[in-house]
Write a protein that binds this ligand. Structure first.
Ligand SMILES: NC(=O)c1ccc[n+]([C@@H]2O[C@H](COP(=O)([O-])OP(=O)(O)OC[C@H]3O[C@@H](n4cnc5c(N)ncnc54)[C@H](OP(=O)(O)O)[C@@H]3O)[C@@H](O)[C@H]2O)c1
Length: 417
């Protein structure tokens, strides 16, 4: 039994089904804040009475109210001050129990007269860790825990990863031909996949705190890494360039477009040109070398978590992608496969993985629940392309090579807080 489901009360099937239905609404509210609340989780909450939804809420960016407070405020606005007395709330993460930049949500729920709370997953933050639920129960509120727990853990995978493993959740996105090539021998890579796949990638970018590329990709493609619909820039996530020797010139888009303050550069300690780069980039993070004489990627991941990032979408190229896989730092994969062939003279989608036996192959497993916009079962169609999605399966041999202890990724069946 998981910690979150340990305290489950004996509720009828109808009440459980209603909690799950409301939690689904809370999950879609949570997703609206993805990429916008780091270092905090984007929580979703729904105030309801019977089958009627009274108010929805999404966590506001840091310093703003948490989802439970927003949902209660919306309920008050739409249905009056008394609407909360005797109402229920579903929230994707355990309500907080301490005063930080905002007051404790658990106290606010008690004071508002909420009588029943459905919680998705426990908050492992050392200042909460079950205290939110304890506070609610002590006030006589009925608390149901572990409601759609796996979906809620997946939604909060970045926040959970930072607390449990000291590094962001890292997702790898690559687009290749069927024979696994990301560019022709002449270096042409635009566009391997169709417009549907590319639109999907922009939606993905929009849901992450940060997007990362290696210096090889920046030099070859001069990407902007913004979220766009057509020509319109909708958002610029934090853009991280991994460039140990600071080879990418300041004329590239990452440094010269209007959002250059959102470009962070990861380079080797004391890299040549670092003083100038500090004037050009939003942030410069110096990292030591690992055993392979390349940047120490576990140290980089820990430094990014220390800077507040919880989710990271790595968009290549093959050299950086393989290095992250070798360092056991990739948790999730989105692979766009175009029905095209380039042949072995094209650039491979992945650098060396040091796999000698098939048993050592990196295995990608589908999620066991549907994610809106992505689907279930591990693959969906995107125009003429196939979109393969899943979580990296970890085993005893590959686990734990990061600087800090690495536990199994959240969001998979059997994974507990
Ligand atoms: N189709 C797609 O989805 C897609 C996506 C991205 C790129 N691409 C294509 O891929 C090609 C570029 O791929 P790439 O493999 O050359 O470049 P890359 O993976 O973007 O960058 C590799 C570089 O990253 C730097 N790096 C820093 N720390 C590292 C570490 N620990 N391990 C490995 N590398 C580290 C190294 O340069 P320093 O040592 O100088 O730092 C290395 O040469 C381009 O042709 C591009 O068009 C295609």
């Amino acid at each position: 039994m998981s910690p979150a489901s340990a305290g489950r009360s004996r509720r009828g099937a109808a009440e459980r089904a209603r909690d799950e239905k409301m939690m689904k609404t809370a999950l879609s509210a949570a997703r609206k804040g993805d990429g916008r609340t780091y270092p905090n989780p984007s929580v979703g909450a729904v105030v309801f009475r019977g089958d009627e939804i009274l108010g929805r809420g999404t966590t506001k960016p840091p310093g703003g109210p948490h989802a439970e407070i927003v949902a209660m405020e919306n309920s008050r606005k739409r249905h009056g001050d008394r609407s909360l007395r005797g109402a229920s709330i579903a929230t994707t993460l355990e309500p907080c129990s301490f005063s930080g930049r905002t007051g404790p949500c658990a106290d606010a729920l008690v004071e508002a007269g909420i009588t029943s709370v459905a919680v998705g997953c426990l908050d492992p933050h050392p200042r909460v860790a079950g205290r939110g639920i304890k506070r609610l129960r002590a006030a006589g509120i009925q608390v149901e825990t572990g409601v759609l727990e796996e979906e809620c853990r997946y939604t909060h995978r970045g926040f959970l990863s930072v607390i449990e493993r000291g590094r962001p959740w890292i997702t790898l996105k690559l687009a290749t031909t069927l024979d696994g090539r990301i560019a022709t021998a002449a270096g042409e890579s635009r566009w391997i996949t169709g417009s549907e796949s590319r639109a999907k990638v922009h939606r993905l970018r929009n849901a992450y705190d940060a997007v990362m590329v290696g210096s090889g990709t920046a030099l070859a493609d001069d990407p902007s890494l913004t979220v766009r619909r057509g020509d319109k820039v909708l958002r610029t996530p934090i853009r991280i360039l991994v460039d140990s020797r600071l080879r990418v010139p300041a004329t590239h888009q990452l440094f010269s477009d209007p959002a250059s303050a959102k470009t962070w550069v990861v380079c080797g300690t004391g890299a040549r040109g670092i003083a100038k780069m500090r004037e050009t980039a939003g942030s410069v993070i110096e990292i030591g070398k690992g055993r392979d004489r390349k940047l120490d990627l576990p140290e980089m991941a820990a430094a990014l978590a220390d800077s507040g990032l919880t989710t990271l979408l790595v968009e290549g190229g093959g050299g950086l992608a393989a290095a992250l896989l070798r360092a056991d730092l990739v948790d999730e994969v989105h692979w766009m496969l175009a029905p095209k062939l380039i042949g072995s003279e094209g650039f491979s989608g992945l650098g060396p993985l040091a796999v000698d036996a098939l048993g050592e192959a990196v295995v990608i497993e589908p999620l066991e629940f549907a994610v809106p916009g992505i689907g279930k079962n591990g693959f969906t169609q995107a125009g003429p392309d196939i979109h393969v999605h899943g979580l990296i399966r970890r085993n005893a041999k590959t686990e734990g090579s990061g600087r800090r202890k690495i536990s199994r990724p959240a969001g998979r069946k059997g994974t507990k807080a």
